[in-house]
Design a binder for this molecule. Structure first.
Ligand code: 13P
Length: 255
């Protein structure tokens, strides 16, 4: 089966940039990003910068995403942000990032509620999965990643499944400067992530869903990941805060 998956390069800014700083950074990136075609470009600034960034990218082919959300649409949930609120600005939302799992105690079950709420509100979820160093060293990466996907996608209708993006982010590679090897990431996607999608849905979904790699991607190493046929782009943290580095990563995907 031959499929064409449009590469997606997403910048996860994490807890960085005021809306004024975000505006400046996006203004600096815009000319470079706009000139790159055939790659889907996505910026995920903090909530408070979504409005400013959405104005700047309004007439471009650059998409906007949030980094988290709550699953309820409205109500007495002080401090939370709902999918309905995000849908005014965003096409995507990152869900289940390892920093949310580790620092904020998010469970697979909560992640499942968020994924379903995102889909119900026309947002495309970027579901983050990945094993810790300890799990990796114990040879448990495949089991952990497969379980995270199964639990997060429980109850998702097959008609909605190709809206999902999976980001494989080994926890030990995030912010450490140590990436997984491109071939190890490729193999895990081929042997674990796509077969898990295949068993949850069907072969068409398994081949159509885009799977990104994340974890210490930078302008120097990005190209090696994109050469792998199973890797459909990247979820970039630190390097997405630098206009030149982020543009270079998107260019590497185009090459
Ligand atoms: P770094 O690129 O900073 O390692 O972060 C990766 C990440 O967590 C993206 O979601």
């Amino acid at each position: 089966m031959s499929v064409v998956r449009v590469p997606l390069i997403a910048g996860n800014w994490k807890l960085n940039k005021t809306s004024t700083e975000a505006y400046k950074l996006v203004a600096e990136m815009l000319p470079g990003l706009r000139s790159i075609k055939g790659i889907e470009k996505l910026l995920c600034p903090p909530f408070t910068a979504l409005m400013a960034v959405s104005r700047l990218i309004k007439d471009t082919d650059i998409h906007l995403g949030a980094q988290n959300m709550y699953w309820e649409e409205k109500g007495a949930y002080t401090g939370e942000i709902s999918p309905v609120m995000l849908a005014e600005y965003c096409q995507y939302v990152i869900i289940g990032h390892s920093e949310r799992r580790v620092y904020f105690g998010e469970t697979d079950q909560q992640i499942n509620q968020k994924v379903r709420a995102a889909i119900a509100n026309q947002l495309k979820p970027i579901l983050c999965v990945g094993e810790t160093l300890e799990e990796n060293e114990a040879g448990r990466a495949a089991g952990v990643v497969s379980r995270q996907i199964r639990e997060a996608l429980q109850g998702v209708d097959i008609m909605d499944a190709d809206r999902i993006v999976i980001a494989y982010e080994p926890v030990w590679a995030i912010g450490t400067g140590h990436t997984a090897t491109p071939s190890a990431a490729h193999t895990l996607i081929q042997n674990v992530i796509r077969p898990t999608l295949g068993s949850l849905f069907d072969q068409r979904i398994a081949q159509n869903v885009r799977v990104l790699y994340g974890g210490s991607v930078d302008a120097g190493n990005a190209g090696k990941f994109f050469q792998q046929s199973e890797i459909d782009g990247a979820l970039v943290g630190g390097a997405s805060l630098n206009a030149h580095a982020f543009i270079a990563i998107v260019e590497a995907a185009q090459a």
